[in-house]
Design a protein around this ligand. Structure first.
Ligand code: HEM
Length: 496
């Protein structure tokens, strides 16, 4: 059987700074048409759904966090401590225990309670956008909720919505009294919203949101090779500052518990598969989990929201549909996650030689796992898998313990799909193609439910208020190596 190094493969230089936006899409389409594997500057990129799932689930590969620490000579200090204790870098029984303790606080049911506050946060930020004012949207129920479950307002009743013809007219020609607003959406809303939401979830004052955003943004850069080369001291400083802040929070919540996530983590209990209670989180574990939730939960949601709104601005008919039917917000969120994943790649390092599709991947091989192309594959269409690596039931059970089963309870979470998968369309029910944007297996994103709720509330809030939405200039795309977001999204709309 050939070793992966012996194959003649097409190349993907994911460090190429011009690889973003339409060019990124085009290159990935070409590569996927050529096969399921490409060679990159540090290793290989696996492109199809089945391959992505395989490399994320196998026990013979892990996230290369500690390899990154070695490569960038991080051997002591706060950044080293943080990397060593990052949940993404922890595996085996320790990881299973951490996930058993944290998952219940972020289950689908647990995150429902944040919807009303999310709407309040959105309303507050919205009012602050220049030219918007605080006029309630025409023809829609106040709050324009995404899905049932919140207390602040009930789901929009389609019967109370303006008829389609009126809505179309509004979209084309803003009515008198609806001021035309031009804004840079990332700075105006996508950026402040997730850090305010996470501040609320953690039970810290809203005034701290900007600080949280700053730390999250910097600490997140540890996953980006270019930032680690050029900005390591600033990343280290952000980790040190956040540790100080989080230790104080844990101390305060131990003394006086509240209703927030930190208090829930301190009090969290869980049981192993035999029903025996697992050891509770220590303060060190708590502080590091808080850090992981912060860095996992800010830039990611910001970037995915910016892409979702960009895609909808590029598809005005779909934006209008959403304004008419805010109950489509969950489907719109799934489609944005699928079509433009802000984590187009994650990475794995092979820890013991493994074979996949008759190709040998030696220990030490770095594999970039591509959700972007994986999301565009129908399940079961990969070239026939033949593998000796262990992805058997034990891993399946651990994945379930890690919370992936939570997502799989969703009706859209099984195999199969509908429609042209290279087209963005919120109206198509792609009910059987699970997005790979949150990963798969035991490290499946612990914040996926929170992110989904945040994004759903945002889209349902914005669609009836930003009528006739269009791009007011070229969006500025970030690079694809870290979190693939937008640094600028100029928009024009009629504020309703
Ligand atoms: C659109 C938003 C988000 C996206 C696309 C996203 C994506 C991901 C992905 C792909 C992974 C797995 C990485 C891997 O296995 O290599 C992951 C893990 C993780 N995410 Fe998210 N995430 C999002 C939002 C959040 C939020 C809101 C939080 C926290 C509240 C969060 C916290 C985490 C944590 C702590 C992990 C590590 C889990 C573990 O190692 O067990 N993420 N995320």
């Amino acid at each position: 059987m050939p070793r992966v190094q012996e194959l003649q493969l097409p190349t993907l230089d994911y460090t190429d700074p011009t690889l973003r936006g339409a060019r990124f899409h085009e290159r990935m389409r070409e590569l996927r048409a050529a096969g399921w594997l490409a060679a990159g500057p540090y290793g290989y990129a696996v492109l199809d759904r089945e391959g992505v799932e395989f490399f994320l689930r196998t026990r013979s590969a892990v996230f290369p966090g500690m390899t990154i620490a070695e490569i960038f000579d991080v051997r002591e200090g706060p950044l080293y401590e943080e990397m060593r204790r990052n949940i993404l870098h922890i595996n085996g029984a320790d990881h299973t225990r951490l996930r058993r303790l944290v998952n219940p606080s972020l289950s689908p049911r647990a995150v429902e309670r944040y919807r009303p506050v999310m709407r309040e946060l959105l309303a507050g930020i919205w009012k602050g956008i220049e030219g918007v004012g605080d006029v309630p949207p025409r023809g829609s129920a106040p709050g324009g909720p995404a899905t049932p479950g919140g207390e602040a307002s009930a789901p929009a009743n389609p019967a109370t919505q303006p008829p389609a013809a009126t809505a179309a007219a509004l979209a084309e020609a803003p009515a008198a009294g609806m001021g035309t607003v031009t804004c840079e959406f990332v700075g105006a809303l996508a950026k402040p919203y997730p850090s305010q939401a996470i501040a609320h979830v953690m039970g810290v004052p809203l005034e701290d949101a900007a600080k949280l955003h700053h730390w999250s943004n910097w600490i997140q850069r540890q996953f980006d090779a270019i930032s680690m080369t050029e900005q390591k001291p600033a990343i280290e400083q952000a980790v040190a500052e956040f540790y100080e802040y989080a230790w104080e929070l844990v101390r305060a919540r131990r003394e006086q518990p509240g209703d927030d996530l930190i208090s829930l983590l301190i009090a969290a209990t869980g049981a192993d598969e035999d029903g025996r209670e697992v050891q509770r989180l220590s303060d060190v574990e708590c502080v590091n989990l808080i850090l992981n939730l912060l860095i996992g939960g800010v830039d990611t949601t910001q970037s995915q929201l910016a892409h979702a709104v960009r895609l909808l601005a590029e598809h005005p008919d779909q934006w209008e549909l959403l304004a008419q039917r805010p109950e489509l917000a969950p489907q719109a969120v799934e489609e944005a996650l699928r079509y433009e994943p802000i984590t187009p790649f994650t990475a794995r390092i092979v820890t013991e030689e493994l074979t996949f599709r008759d190709v040998v991947f030696p220990a030490g091989t770095i594999v970039m796992v591509c959700a972007f192309t994986g999301n565009r594959d129908l399940p079961g269409t990969g070239a026939g898998a033949g593998s000796d690596a262990d992805t058997g039931s034990a891993d399946g059970e651990r994945a379930a313990a890690a919370g992936e089963a939570i997502a799989s309870e969703r009706p859209d979470a099984t195999a199969g799909a509908g429609g042209d998968l290279d087209r963005f369309d919120i109206a198509v029910e792609r009910d059987r193609a699970r997005v790979l944007t949150f990963g798969a297996g035991v490290h499946f994103c612990v914040g996926a439910n929170l992110a989904r709720v945040e994004l759903q509330e945002a889209l349902a809030f914005l669609a009836p208020r930003m009528r006739g939405l269009e791009l007011a200039g070229e969006p500025v795309f970030d690079g694809i190596t870290g979190i693939y977001g937008l640094s600028e999204l100029p928009l024009r709309f009629a504020a309703a």
